[in-house]
Ligand binder design. Structure first.
Ligand code: AMP
Ligand code: MG
Length: 417
């Protein structure tokens, strides 16, 4: 038996960051930047007003106060989006709106609140003159060209995971596209004579292939592109044909056929087509896992063989396939978010494996509490549906009692918890 860490290290050693592709800006969300991005413009592009007010020369306001305003001639208006040709001279001001370019000659903007504009308006006086009631310093309420981003500067580094704010930064540079790491294509193949495709009637003794869809959904959630290969039957021909369809994938995930019962067919096929190891991993659920390289056509593809039980396949996906996908996507942090919580349930660990127990985490008085959700059988997919986390019971811990502090790997990390 090998540990979860040993298995993960071995799996990850087969994966590397994929090549880059250019995508339209919005498609870059959640992706990893594959280029250093420099700005070829200043942002803001010109000095502009940070407040609505009056653009003027600070020297025209020397000595101004509420009791002794400096009265200036108003020689024009400047609105955002429009360049003013008018110049500001000593003793004059231009009425200016936030974001409007600062007119030539002006070195500061005095906001409306520091003028007598309201008083003049309430008296019905025209705004041909304005009283300034405070003394301005040069630069007051002016956003300088290049203050946010200077032309020629490195704005976003290669390797940055793009969130909405980085998408906004790229848009502010006028970029319609970005070079990002390509998304891996992950082929998904279910195996088993008992499996039925969705949309078909369900004969007795058969089940729908739920793994196909839970695994494909996990691939999507973590940024890959699923390629559903359907169902291979428990015979050599069927398996070989289906595996042949994975030729363009970056990873092939199969479910079932790796436990002792049906080891042999899958093992034969895999042995013929590549170098696959069959591991027993010290974890529960999980345990049987196949991993290695398969020759498909003229390509060699990493293959991860997950156990067939619906809970086991999802949990082994989280532990091994998710980090592999994230690594291919160029992500640096491959760990799942964990929280420390107080267990409200009791769990026995009888055979020294690492247990991933399905729990519901909630927050009470600022502390996380984790409670087991119903039956924990590795075939009980509803336990995954009810859970938002996996409580980790370490190999060396023989029991968790109510009140013990535990680590929970979060399946979801949303605000509703
Ligand atoms: P196996 O690994 O083939 O022994 O399968 C273990 C259990 O998982 C059996 O009960 C299978 O019926 C079930 N199983 C295998 N593949 C799937 C699948 N694609 N969807 C749902 N259950 C499955
Ligand atoms: Mg089977």
């Amino acid at each position: 038996m090998i540990s979860v860490e040993q298995a993960l290290e071995k799996v990850l050693s087969y994966f590397h960051e994929l090549d880059a592709e250019d995508v339209r800006l919005l498609h870059a969300l959640g992706r990893v930047l594959a280029e250093d991005v420099y700005s070829d413009i200043d942002i803001p592009p010109m000095d502009n007003a940070a407040m609505d007010g009056y653009a003027l020369q600070a020297q025209s306001t020397v000595g101004a106060s509420r009791s002794s305003p400096r009265v200036l001639r108003v020689t024009g208006q400047a609105a955002a989006g429009h360049a003013t040709t008018r110049q500001v001279v000593a003793g004059a001001a231009i009425r200016i709106m936030t974001g409007a370019p600062v007119p030539k000659g002006a070195d500061s903007v005095v906001r409306f609140e520091d003028t007598d504009e309201d008083t003049r308006k309430s008296r019905g006086q025209p705004l041909t003159e304005i009283g300034i009631v405070c003394q301005a310093e040069p630069g007051l309420n002016i956003r300088r060209a290049g203050e946010d981003i200077a032309r020629g500067s490195l704005v976003l580094k290669k390797g940055t995971a793009l969130r909405p704010q980085e998408i906004g930064v790229l848009a502010s540079l006028g970029r319609k596209a970005a070079a990002v790491v390509r998304r891996p294509v992950v082929a998904i193949l279910a195996t088993g004579d008992e499996l039925v495709e969705l949309g078909k009637p369900l004969p007795s003794g058969k089940i729908y292939s739920s793994n196909t869809y839970s695994l494909a959904a996990q691939v999507v959630r973590y940024g890959g592109i699923p390629k559903i290969l359907g169902i291979a039957r428990d015979n050599v021909r069927s398996l070989e044909t289906k595996i042949g369809q994975a030729a363009d994938a970056d990873l092939l995930i199969t479910s079932a056929g790796v436990s002792v019962g049906d080891y042999d067919i899958v093992k034969d096929v895999l042995a013929r087509q590549g170098e696959i190891s069959f591991w027993t991993v010290r974890m529960k659920p999980g345990k049987p896992l196949a991993f290695g390289l398969l020759r498909v056509g003229n390509r060699t593809i990493p293959h991860l063989g997950l156990p067939g039980n619906p809970v086991s396949s999802m949990i082994t996906f989280e532990q091994f396939a998710r980090p592999a996908i994230l690594k291919m996507l160029g992500r640096k942090n491959l760990d799942k978010p964990c929280v420390r919580a107080r267990s409200e349930s009791e769990i026995k660990n009888t055979d020294g494996r690492r247990i991933f127990a399905r729990v519901r985490v909630s927050r009470q008085n600022g502390q996380y509490q984790a409670r087991l959700v119903g039956p924990q059988g590795s075939g009980v997919l509803m336990s995954m549906a009810q859970a938002n986390g996996l409580m980790i019971v370490p190999e060396a811990v023989s029991s968790v009692r109510a009140g013990d502090e535990v680590v929970v790997q979060m399946l979801d990390w949303d605000e509703e918890m």
